[in-house]
Design a protein around this ligand. Structure first.
Ligand SMILES: [Zn+2]
Length: 338
C-alpha cells in the first residue's frame, strides 16, 4: 500500500526580512484508495480561542421543534406504506421523518431532551440510544423498500458545520441513489481487490498499525485511524470489522463505536472546537464495502470568521489543512488512553 506525498516548496522575497528569500513548505498527499489529493500547509497554527455560543443557543430556544415540550406535536410521522412505526424511540432519542428530506427516505434523530450540549457533555448513553434508534429506522426501511441500499447516519453539529437547528440531532438517509462518495469508492475498492487479491480495509488497518504514525486503536471490532489524506482539517476514521448492515452493529460493536466517537468528541472539544461533521456509511449487499465512520471538525478563521471552505474545496474538491495527521494522532492518543 502506498502513502504517496509530494513535497512542495514555494519561494518568495519576504518584506519582513528585508526582501530576502523565504521558503514555504506544503505537501500534496494522495488517498491510498481513491487517489484524491489533500494539501497540508506548513503554516504556524494560531491558537484557536473557544467561541462563545451562548447567544445563538439562547436565541434558538425561542422556537425549537426538537425540544421535548413540542417535538411530538410539530414533527412528522412516518407513512404507514413505508415504515412499520410512526416514530422510533430509544431512551431519550426520537427518530422522525425529516420535513426537508434530501432523498426518498430522510429522517432526523433527536438525540437528547437538552436543547444544547457542548461536545464534552455527550455521554455514551446519549450516543448509544441515538445510534440504536437510527439503526432501528434503517433496518425497518428495507423491509418494504429493499432497494434502499445506500444508508448513512450523519451529523452536522452546530451552524458552522451546516446544522440549521441547534438541538442535537442526527440525519439518517436510506436511498437507492449513491452519493459521489460511494461512486468514487466502489470502483477503487474493486480495483484494489482485483490487483492485490485482498481487501483494502483489512490491508489499510494492518499497514497503519505496522507504521504506527496514524494508528489510534483496534478493539478487534473497530479500528481507529487518522486519515493520511484527510477530507477535513483532520479526519478520524473508524473501520468496522464486524457487521455489514446497521442491524449487525447492536451490542459490543455499538459499544466500541460509541466509545470511539466520544473520544473524538472530547478531543475536538480539547482543541476549543465545537462543530463537526460525521458520516457513518453502509452499502447493503455490497461485499467490497466495509461500513466505516468519518468525523471531521469544522473551524472558522479569525478575525472575520472566515469559512474554511474556500474555492479549493468548493470548486476543486481539494482539502486544505494546516494540521498534520501524524500530530493529530499523537494528540488524540493522549485522550484515548485515559
Ligand atoms: Zn430544542
Amino acid at each position: 500500500m502506498e502513502f504517496d506525498k509530494v513535497l512542495k516548496i514555494s519561494r518568495y522575497l519576504d518584506p519582513f526580512q528585508e526582501f530576502s528569500e523565504t521558503k514555504r513548505y506544503s505537501e500534496v498527499r494522495q488517498d491510498p484508495l481513491t487517489g484524491h489529493t489533500t494539501r497540508i500547509l506548513d503554516f504556524p497554527i494560531r491558537e484557536i480561542g473557544r467561541t462563545d455560543v451562548s447567544a445563538v443557543v439562547e436565541n434558538s430556544k425561542q422556537f425549537c421543534p426538537f425540544c421535548p415540550e413540542v417535538v411530538e406535536r410539530v414533527t412528522p410521522k412516518f407513512h404507514p406504506d413505508l415504515l412499520s412505526k410512526e416514530r422510533f424511540s430509544r431512551g431519550d432519542a426520537l427518530c422522525v421523518p425529516n420535513a426537508f428530506p434530501y432523498d426518498e427516505n430522510g429522517a432526523v434523530c433527536v438525540m437528547s431532551r437538552e436543547h444544547y450540549l457542548p461536545l464534552r457533555e455527550f455521554t455514551s448513553e446519549i450516543l448509544k440510544d441515538a445510534l440504536s434508534c437510527c439503526f432501528d429506522y434503517l433496518g425497518d426501511v428495507v423491509v418494504k423498500q429493499p432497494d434502499m441500499v445506500y444508508q448513512s447516519v450523519n451529523w452536522n453539529y452546530m451552524p458552522l458545520a451546516g446544522g440549521s437547528i441547534i438541538h442535537p440531532h442526527l440525519q439518517v438517509t436510506a436511498s437507492s441513489s449513491s452519493t459521489n462518495y460511494y461512486s468514487d469508492m466502489l470502483p477503487a475498492l474493486e480495483k484494489y481487490q482485483g490487483e492485490h487479491g485482498t481487501d483494502f480495509w483489512t490491508d489499510l488497518c494492518a499497514e497503519e498499525q505496522r507504521l504506527g504514525q496514524r494508528f489510534i486503536d483496534d478493539t478487534g471490532r473497530i479500528a481507529w485511524l487518522v486519515a493520511f489524506a484527510p477530507m477535513g482539517i483532520f479526519d478520524i476514521l473508524g473501520i468496522i470489522h464486524q457487521g455489514r448492515t446497521p442491524g449487525d452493529l447492536y451490542g459490543e460493536t455499538l459499544d466500541d463505536l460509541v466509545r470511539g466517537v466520544l473520544h473524538v468528541l472530547y478531543y475536538i472539544d480539547s482543541l476549543n472546537l465545537a462543530s463537526l461533521n460525521m458520516s457513518l456509511y453502509f452499502y447493503l449487499g455490497e461485499s467490497a464495502f466495509t461500513p466505516h465512520v468519518r468525523i471531521c471538525p469544522r473551524v472558522s478563521l479569525p478575525p472575520f470568521d472566515t469559512s474554511q471552505i474556500n474555492y479549493m474545496k468548493m470548486l476543486h474538491n481539494e482539502t486544505l489543512t494546516t494540521m498534520k495527521p501524524e500530530d493529530i494522532c499523537n494528540g488524540i492518543k493522549v485522550i484515548w488512553d485515559v
